[in-house]
Design a protein around this ligand. Structure first.
Ligand SMILES: Nc1ncnc2c1ncn2[C@@H]1O[C@H](COP(=O)(O)OP(=O)(O)O)[C@@H](O)[C@H]1O
Ligand SMILES: [Mg+2]
Length: 381
C-alpha cells in the first residue's frame, strides 16, 4: 500500500502544506531541526492515531495554534482511502472516507506502517517497556481487537491500583478487578504469544541471512504470568498469581504482576544479547526484528506496509544498510537524513527527493529509472 498525498495544517512547525509522494522512494533531506522527522510523524499519525515519538499529543499542535489537522490519501489494493486526524486541546477525531470516529481503533485497520527510528534500533538493549511497545504496535495492526483489549486491560490495572491506594483497600473490590485483569490480560498474553511465535521463526531466518549464517537469533516471549493453552488452566495460573501478590500489592499500593510487566528475550547462539551482546549485535538483532515485523504484516494482511526510516541509514554499517534497502524493494519508503551520498541514493529504488527547511518541504528531483516519465505523471496527479 502507499500514501499518495499528505496535507498538513498546524502540525509541529508546518503551517499549511500539501505534498504528493512517489510510489516507491521518498527521500527527505534537510538540516537538523527543520522538520524531517515531523513530516514522518505526521504520516505515522494517519496510521496509528498517535506519534512514534511522544505520548503527548498536544505537543504536535503548532506553537500558537489551537488545532491541528493531518490528512492523507492512501491506496491499497487499487482502492483509495482518505484518512484524517484532527486534534485540539479538547479532543482527537478521526475521519475515514468521511466517517467520523473518535478512537484509535477506528484507524488501525486501515493503514499498515512500520517505523525504524534510532530508538527502534536500540529496542534490544533498552527497558522492557520498549519491547512491549514493539509487540503492541505490531499487534494493533494485525489484530484490530487487540487494541481494545489492551486499553481495557490497562484501565483495569488503573482501577485496581486506585483500590490499592485507599487507606484500607476493599478486598471484595480487588476480587472484582482481579477477574477483569484476567479477562483482558489473558487475551493479551495469548496474542503476544501468537505474535512472538511467528516472530521467532521469521526473525531467525532473516538474522541468518543478514549475518551470512554466522549468527543464530532466538527470540522468545517472557510473560510475567505464564501462558497456558487451556483457558481453565490459564485462569488458575492468572488468578493464583494475583492472589499470591495481593499482600505485597497492598503494601506497595500497586499491581505488581500481569502482562503490563511482560518482556521478550533475545538470544544469539544461546547468549542474552540484551546483557552481553555487542552494540553491533544488538543493532543487527533489532534490524532483524523490525524486518520480521514487516514480513508478519505481509503474511497476515497481504499488504506491503509503508516504511518510515527516520535517520537510521546513518546508524547502520554498509552491509546492513544494503540488506535493509534490498529488503524494502516492494514497499513505499520514506527516508529522512541530514545528507545522503550519491552512492546510497543510487542503491535505492527510483524515487523523489524533498528538501525540508523551516517547516516547508519542497519537492525536488526525481531519480532512478524513468525519472522523466515519473515527472510527467507526477504533475498530472
Ligand atoms: N508544536 C510545535 N510547533 C512549532 N514547531 C515545533 C513544534 N514541535 C517541534 N517544533 C520544531 O520542529 C523542529 C524539529 O523538527 P524535526 O522534524 O524533529 O527536525 P529534523 O529535521 O531534525 O528531523 C524544531 O525546530 C522544533 O522547534
Ligand atoms: Mg529528525
Amino acid at each position: 500500500m502507499r500514501i499518495n498525498r499528505l496535507e498538513l495544517s498546524d502540525f509541529r512547525n508546518y503551517e499549511k502544506q500539501i505534498l504528493f509522494f512517489h510510489e516507491k522512494t521518498n527521500i527527505i533531506l534537510g538540516n537538523n531541526g527543520q522538520g524531517k522527522s515531523n513530516l514522518l510523524e505526521a504520516i505515522y499519525m494517519l496510521s496509528m492515531g498517535k506519534s512514534f515519538r511522544t505520548q503527548k499529543d498536544l505537543e504536535m499542535i503548532r506553537f500558537g495554534a489551537n488545532f491541528l489537522r493531518v490528512c492523507g490519501s492512501f491506496e491499497k489494493g487499487g482502492r483509495t482511502t482518505e484518512t484524517e486526524v484532527m486534534l485540539s486541546g479538547e479532543e482527537k477525531k478521526f475521519r475515514i472516507d468521511g466517517f467520523l470516529g473518535s478512537k484509535n481503533a477506528d484507524l488501525l485497520e486501515n493503514v499498515y506502517m512500520v517505523v525504524f527510528s534510532p530508538e527502534d534500533m536500540r529496542i534490544v538493549k533498552e527497558d522492557p517497556d520498549k519491547r512491549r511497545r514493539f509487540m503492541d504496535r505490531e499487534l494493533f495492526q494485525i489484530k484490530p481487537l487487540y487494541y481494545k483489549d489492551l486499553s481495557r486491560y490497562k484501565k483495569s490495572v488503573l482501577h485496581r491500583n486506585a483500590v490499592l491506594k485507599a487507606e484500607i483497600p476493599n478486598e471484595d473490590m480487588l476480587d472484582v478487578w482481579d477477574e477483569n485483569l484476567f479477562k483482558y490480560g489473558s487475551k493479551i498474553i495469548r496474542e503476544r504469544r501468537y505474535f512472538i511465535e511467528k516472530l521467532k521463526k521469521i526473525s531467525m531466518d532473516i538474522h541468518a541471512s543478514v549475518t551470512d549464517g554466522k549468527e543464530f537469533l532466538e527470540v522468545s516471549y517472557a510473560p510475567d504470568i505464564a501462558f497456558a493453552e487451556d483457558s481453565e488452566e490459564q485462569r488458575d495460573i492468572f488468578i493464583g498469581r494475583l492472589r499470591e501478590c495481593r499482600a505485597s500489592d497492598m503494601a506497595r499500593r500497586f499491581t505488581g504482576a500481569g502482562p503490563h510487566r511482560d518482556d521478550m528475550s533475545v538470544f544469539i547462539g544461546g547468549m542474552d544479547v540484551k546483557r552481553f551482546g555487542s552494540q553491533g549485535q544488538q543493532r543487527t538483532a533489532a534490524l532483524s526484528l523490525k524486518l520480521a515485523e514487516l514480513s508478519i504484516i505481509k503474511e497476515e494482511t497481504g499488504e506491503d506496509a509503508i516504511i518510515l526510516l527516520d535517520d537510521v541509514l546513518s546508524e547502520l554499517d554498509e552491509e546492513r544498510r544494503r540488506f535493509l534497502i534490498r529488503s524494502l524493494s516492494k514497499n513505499q519508503v520514506f527516508i529522512s537524513a541530514a545528507e545522503m551520498s550519491a552512492e546510497i541514493r543510487e542503491s535505492l529504488p527510483a524515487g523523489r527527493v524533498y528538501f525540508v527547511s523551516a517547516g516547508r518541504a519542497e519537492p525536488a528531483d526525481f531519480y532512478g529509472e524513468n525519472a522523466e516519465d515519473a515527472e510527467n505523471l507526477f504533475y498530472k496527479v
